[in-house]
Ligand binder design. Structure first.
Ligand code: NIG
Length: 407
């Protein structure tokens, strides 16, 4: 079956190969054949298709690519949030509360909870989702989390190195993460991550985790520089990690290392060595009252940026990518085009699913181009600017994921 979406007021493709128009087309149409985009261009010359959808002059964007979430959990941390709003600071220790609740929740309920969170994200325009383990923290529960995650999202990340469980020797636990736990999760995951931070894993322990996971063939990501300056960004770049996430406390050397990691890349989705994406998590920054990640500075330095929700019960209990885009524009100094890019193409880059990541583009998400997966987000607004101009208003009018209507 083919579908033509016509009468698109503003088509924001986020195609990195676009020219001076930055990939923004007016009065456009898009044709979808099965799962893929087969044509896009001026509405007046759109080919016929089996079905037609009138966008009524509204804006069409790629679906959001949320490259950082923690959806496999049970329990509630409202009290911790309230204490934080009353002035207490966030510490990694809260992860243990969620781990207790998660371990005691049966598979069926844990799956149902995760599916509910995915449905919330989809209802708000997300079409591609990563999630992590990290609330199991023993071999059986990390493997269970990874298995459940692999049934509900697109990309799964192993985060056994989220917190050292109380009463456990940190170096012994790191050995478990690098050995039996890694073996148990391996069939379900594509990525590995480590929380390199005071109160979580030291630089040396993080290095051990990254080495072991790289040797096991996993792509790498790092939680870094969230609660203070530290080694996270440096390690991520040294190991060629696909992303380093949080990036709140950066010094000049961190920024230079991130920028340097992209110096050999053509910037157009294909040629040259890919660097380490800096993933900003604005909802988390607000909920933990940390300084916002310096997204403007990173972009100006030539760093590739992603925006993600970091949906989790401790630091960021929202899956709203629109909220992240709004905050990035209103508070972080990004243009609407830059913020939407970071929440679509940037997320795809962080997950190795950008255009150019495969030969025929068929795995590419996060941008609208011929051959890419048809992940399309119609806003109930004439332009993407309304995402920032009308903060808090749910603007998702329709959503297609791999060509299938979701909302
Ligand atoms: O990305 N920083 C580490 N992990 C999560 C929070 C986990 C929690 O507090 O439950 C994050 O913010």
């Amino acid at each position: 079956m083919s579908l033509v979406i016509t009468n698109i007021g503003e088509l924001m493709t986020q195609d990195p190969r676009a020219g001076a128009d930055e990939g923004v087309l007016r009065d456009a149409a898009v044709v979808v054949e099965g799962e893929r985009i087969s044509w896009l261009g001026p509405a007046a010359s759109a080919p016929a298709a089996d079905l037609s959808f009138d966008a009524e002059g509204r804006a069409l964007l790629p679906g959001w690519v949320d490259s950082h979430t923690h959806l496999i959990f049970a329990g509630d941390r409202t009290a911790e949030f309230e204490a934080r709003m009353a002035g207490k600071s966030y510490s990694a220790g809260g992860i243990a509360v969620t781990t207790g609740a998660t371990r005691s929740t049966p598979d069926f309920d844990l799956t149902r909870l995760a599916m509910g969170r995915v449905a919330e994200a989809v209802a708000q325009g997300t079409t591609y989702l990563e999630t992590k383990t990290g609330y199991g923290l023993d071999v059986e529960n990390e493997a269970r989390s990874a298995r459940i995650a692999s049934t509900v999202v697109d990309e799964v990340t192993y985060l056994g190195a989220h917190l050292v469980p109380a009463g456990t020797d940190p170096d012994e636990y790191t050995g478990l993460v690098c050995g039996p736990m890694l073996d148990a999760v391996r069939p379900y995951v594509r990525w590995a991550d480590v929380f390199c931070e005071r109160g979580a894993f030291t630089e040396e322990q993080s290095r051990r985790v990254l080495q072991a996971c790289r040797a096991a063939g996993l792509g790498l990501r790092v939680h870094g520089n969230q609660l203070g300056p530290g080694a996270g960004v440096r390690l991520a770049v040294e190991f060629g990690a696909a992303s380093v996430d949080h990036v709140n406390y950066l010094d000049d050397d961190d920024v230079a290392a991130l920028a340097g990691s992209w110096s050999d890349w053509d910037g157009q989705g294909g040629q040259g060595r890919r660097g380490t994406v800096a993933t900003a998590l604005p909802a988390c920054d607000l909920s933990t009252r940390q300084p916002l990640a310096p997204a403007r500075l990173l972009l100006d330095a030539g760093v590739q940026l992603a925006l993600a929700s970091n949906c989790n019960p401790g630091t960021s209990y929202t899956s709203s990518m629109a909220f992240c885009v709004t905050t990035a524009v209103l508070q972080m100094g990004l243009s609407v085009h830059e913020a939407v890019r970071a929440a679509t193409y940037g997320g795809a880059l962080a997950l190795g699913r950008e255009s150019g990541s495969d030969t025929d583009g068929s795995r590419a998400v996060g941008s609208i181009a011929v051959g890419h997966r048809a992940d399309l987000h119609l806003l109930n607004a004439p332009s993407a600017t309304h995402l920032a101009y009308r903060p808090g208003i749910p603007l998702t009018a329709a959503l297609w994921r791999a060509g299938v209507r979701q909302a």
